[in-house]
Design a protein around this ligand. Structure first.
Ligand code: GLU
Length: 476
């Protein structure tokens, strides 16, 4: 969002949240100031030939920011959007540092962006821009499996990641771990199964865990469990789509979906895949059969619901509309969707905000799994799948023999199966989201005056990064 909707810039708002939490960490001013600062900002301009003629050149503005190097490599997505600017990339890089710390992913935080309107260019042109950006990063030593590892973000996906990987490999011929220079790649090019849906699935696992917690559900007057909850999703991109999918499959009702060019409502529930297909056919989600069109985006955000999932860009919930939000829980699937001013209004109203630096960390968690796969050069499950299947079968046969029963082949297949890559990725992600939420809740319980999950999450992250710096001997 380029429009100024807060008295803080995006990076200032991250710093503001940092300062509020820093007092709970016991770290000294110097260490805190090192953690809060962005270590390196690389701003570049580069030309790319757009038409056929020699003179048809366009100059692009782009960034890569490494916020912290307490762990290597740095990690964070690359965004393609006209709103990309230095402050935004710095803020997003900082959020990456805290995100990685919370979910125990051993990376520093980084982010990149190209100021570009992707709708204006052909696929070939976008490829040229992406490859040129990558070669700029290589030249300045801002990319590499042990240096800085990009990933998808708003406006990018597996296609762009495969161009990045290919450019990097071409410029670093023979680097055995080269594929680990970027994550979110297609599975056929070193990606991991489950990465595409990882952020949305992480959002679901995180909220599901919170919904299991009676104390927290009592606070907002809801029953435990996801089933039957009403959900509003803002943004039907990769993250919004998959969040909606997992909530719907678990029995929640997606009552409204908001997009930048129209929003729809159906109290009986929407199916995200059908809405997506409708958008492919017609160009927008409006006039979806059986649903009611809403007059604007805000109408969806302000709708009565149990869980509101902002899943697009920053600063959509502001001082201006926060007072009208009726959701009980705000699940921050996007980075920075709630401004500092809105955060205060919502906290005062008793809305539970599950913060971005925890809730959308599923993407980077599975990126970590992908990076490990690239370094180990072996697919998850390859070694143990058959072994586990054989030993499970042996055990089940034995039970049948002892009990005199006979399990059906179907049941046998189901119970005996060894894990596929995607099973392991999902279970690693679920474990991460559950244990990290409980770490945040423990931090909150340790301080009587701490009520916001965001401040507790920041305090937890800052403390971990501070200790990492101190262990490294950066501050003797
Ligand atoms: N862009 C995603 C995020 O904001 C993913 C980053 C990654 O996988 O490195 O968390």
């Amino acid at each position: 969002m380029s429009k100024q909707v807060s008295k803080y810039t995006f990076f200032e708002s991250v710093s503001h949240n940092f300062d509020r939490a820093a007092v709970y960490t016991g770290l000294n001013k110097g260490v805190l100031s090192q953690i809060n600062s962005c270590n390196s900002v690389y701003r570049m301009k580069f030309p790319v030939r757009m038409g056929e003629g020699l003179n048809d050149v366009e100059v692009f503005e782009a960034y890569r920011v490494q916020h912290s190097n307490h762990r290597s490599p740095c990690k964070g997505g690359i965004r393609f959007s006209m709103d990309v600017n230095q402050d935004e990339v710095m803020a997003l890089a900082a959020l990456m540092s805290y995100k990685c710390a919370i979910v125990n992913v051993p990376f520093g935080g980084a982010k990149g962006g190209i100021k570009i309107d992707t709708n204006k260019y052909t696929e070939q042109e976008l490829e040229r821009v992406t490859r040129r950006y990558t070669s700029e990063l290589v030249r300045k030593n801002f990319i590499g499996p042990g240096i800085d590892v990009p990933a998808p973000d708003y406006g990018t996906g597996a296609r762009e990641m495969s161009w990045i990987a290919d450019t990097y490999m071409a410029m670093n011929n023979g680097e055995i771990d080269g594929l680990g220079c970027v994550t979110g790649k297609p599975v056929t090019q070193g990606g991991v199964r489950g990465r595409k849906e990882a952020t949305g699935l992480g959002v679901f696992y995180g909220i599901k865990e919170l919904c299991r917690n009676k104390k927290w559900m009592d606070k907002v007057g809801l029953s435990t469990g996801v089933e039957g909850k009403t959900v509003v999703v803002q943004g039907l991109g990769n993250v919004g789509y998959h969040s909606a999918k997992f909530f719907r499959e678990s029995g929640a009702k997606i009552i409204a979906i908001a997009e930048y060019n129209g929003s729809i409502y159906n109290p009986d529930g929407l199916n995200e895949e059908e809405v997506h297909q409708h958008r492919i056919k017609t160009g927008s989600i409006i006039d979806f059969p059986g649903a009611q069109n809403l007059s604007n985006n805000d109408e969806a955000l302000e709708m009565e619901c149990d869980i509101l999932i902002p899943a697009a860009l920053e600063s959509v919930i502001t001082e201006e509309n926060a007072g009208r939000i009726k959701a009980k829980i705000i699940a921050e699937a996007a980075n920075g969707p709630v401004t500092v001013e809105a955060d205060k209004i919502l906290n005062d109203k008793g809305v539970v905000i599950v913060p971005d630096i925890y809730l959308n960390a599923g993407g980077v968690t599975v990126s970590y799994f992908e990076w490990l796969k690239n370094l180990s050069h072996v697919r998850y499950g390859r070694m143990e799948k058959r072994f586990m299947e054989n030993s499970n079968r042996g055990l089940l046969d034995h039970i049948d023999k002892v009990t005199g029963t006979k399990a059906t082949e179907d049941l046998m297949d189901k119970l005996a199966q060894g894990p596929e890559e995607v099973d392991l990725v999902y279970s690693g992600l679920e474990e991460t989201m559950i244990s990290s939420l409980n770490d945040i809740l423990d931090t909150l319980d340790k301080h009587e005056d701490l009520t916001s999950l965001r401040t507790a999450a920041f305090a937890l992250a800052i403390k971990k990064i501070g200790l990492a710096y101190l262990e490294l001997g950066v501050f003797p």
